[in-house]
Write a protein that binds this ligand. Structure first.
Ligand code: ATP
Ligand code: MG
Ligand code: MG
Ligand code: MG
Length: 433
């Protein structure tokens, strides 16, 4: 993509409404634009990141055995009347009436719809286990939409739903998602810690929130320092094998949000290992047994012919929230520092003297050699080009000036570390590719 033709609107001023750094940078770098309170249009650079985040989520869901579907955003209120949640959900639900005076709603989540859908096909225990997920826009009429896409009203969520024959089998499905989540966030370069979360009426201990530590986080969390050193990508999991040891390892150290905080267990941890911090909830997994299957009449014939009500769980990831969370975790005064895995473009080629034959030729050559690169071919000052490159946070900057071009050298800057190297074009390419 050539910057001279790109739609990459950056802002010089810091938007007044943005209270936290990720929101400020998303607006300044032209990733999103608010169209109504808590509702955003995604511009080219932001959309690229959103898609990359979604793709990592998708790959790890697939690897864990979940299957992608796509359910609609608009749902019938009747489904929610079956589960009893139509009245319970309250004002966070955006309610709509169609021309036939039927009550509809913009889905805040999909337990009812997926249970109804699965019910249409599942007949026997052979149809279990199954895990179905989609990546779809949700709407929740939040009281205080804020922090940009971190707490939007319309937001992109991955939600998966598991169906199992027994509570033991459901626990295995739960562990598959637990492990998939560890890998998903780690692949984005994020340290998301699984923490005990409230299970509501079901009880037990099968609910975890995945939380990234950040000063601007909305949750207060408490954890054992060891967890920050655990490596989620250390081993490739066998999703068909016993995942209990791996999950036990991750839950062997104390980690809880406010609601589940246990002073006695906390005080038993040596002070130097206690970490009390703010955190951002990026994922939440939940086992809820037969709550929806029972209410909505889902049952299958068991091995002995008797009807069995499937055990269910649901598993959410805030895909659009993650874009903000990634910036909270990766930025400096000058702008964003995208991890390679989610960067909108891997590199930008910066031409310091547009129109200089040697500069233009070397830039074109570098631009052609780096797949999906961005080329700053605008007739702007060098300072403006550097500032935009730092703001947009491309992992690599390939800087070509007249002196270097004459000598066959480029300057390669690594955004994450600030490190700069004078290299031959070939050596620069070898580093990037
Ligand atoms: P929160 O506590 O932040 O309100 P939640 O517990 O209500 O989130 P869940 O129902 O667990 O959210 O939804 C799954 C995931 O969807 C959350 O972990 C979060 O990452 C994301 N999410 C929820 N609400 C929003 C929102 N308003 N904007 C962006 N992402 C959201
Ligand atoms: Mg909420
Ligand atoms: Mg929550
Ligand atoms: Mg939650």
């Amino acid at each position: 993509m050539r910057l001279s033709r790109a739609f990459l609107p950056t802002l010089k001023e810091t938007p007044a409404e943005a209270q936290i750094v990720s929101h400020r940078l998303m607006l300044r770098a032209g990733l999103v634009r608010q169209t109504s309170a808590g509702i955003y249009a995604w511009l080219p650079a932001g959309l690229r990141v959103l898609r990359k985040v979604g793709q990592i989520v998708r790959e790890e869901q697939d690897r864990a055995g979940a299957q992608e579907i796509l359910m609609p955003t608009i749902q019938s209120a009747d489904l929610w009347r079956e589960s009893g949640r139509y009245d319970d959900y309250g004002k966070e639900m955006l309610r709509i009436t169609d021309r036939g005076e039927r009550d509809m709603l913009f889905g805040p989540t999909n337990e009812e719809m997926v249970t109804d859908l699965f019910k249409s096909y599942a007949r026997s225990y052979r149809d279990l286990p199954r895990n179905l997920y989609h990546i779809q826009w949700k709407f929740r009429d939040e009281v205080r939409p804020r922090f940009g896409v971190m707490r939007g009203r319309e937001f992109l969520m991955k939600d998966a739903y598991s169906f199992d024959l027994t509570p033991e089998a459901a626990a295995h499905s739960y562990r598959q998602m637990f492990v998939a989540y560890l890998r998903t966030f780690a692949r984005m370069g994020l340290k998301a810690i699984p923490m005990q979360a409230d299970t509501g009426p079901i009880g037990g201990n099968l609910s975890h929130e995945f939380i990234i530590l950040a000063e601007t986080g909305e949750s207060q969390v408490y954890l054992h320092r060891d967890l920050l050193a655990f490596d989620a990508l250390a081993e490739a999991p066998n999703y068909d094998g016993d995942l209990k040891p791996l999950m036990d390892f991750w839950t062997s150290r104390y980690a809880a949000t406010d609601e589940k905080h246990d002073e006695a267990a906390w005080n038993a941890i040596p002070a130097e290992h206690q970490v009390s911090a703010r955190g951002i909830e990026v994922g939440h997994i939940f086992y809820f047994g037969t709550k929806y299957s029972k209410a909505m009449g889902l049952s299958v014939a068991g091995p002995d012919g008797a009807q069995v009500i499937p055990e269910m769980g649901s598993y959410g990831i805030g895909v659009s929230r993650l874009v903000g969370a990634l910036i909270e975790a990766n930025h400096d005064e000058a702008g964003i520092k995208w991890p390679d895995a989610v960067a909108p473009w891997p590199a930008v080629v910066i031409n310091l003297k547009q129109g200089d034959a040697a500069c233009d030729a070397l830039c074109e050559r570098m631009y052609a050699a780096i797949p999906d690169a961005l080329y700053d071919d605008r007739g702007e000052r060098a300072g403006a080009k550097f500032a935009d490159a730092d703001l947009l946070g491309h992992p690599w900057q390939v800087v070509v000036g007249p002196r270097g071009a004459a000598a066959g050298r480029v300057e390669l800057k690594r955004r994450a570390t600030g490190e700069k190297l004078e290299l031959s074009p070939e050596d620069a390419l070898a580093k990037i590719l």
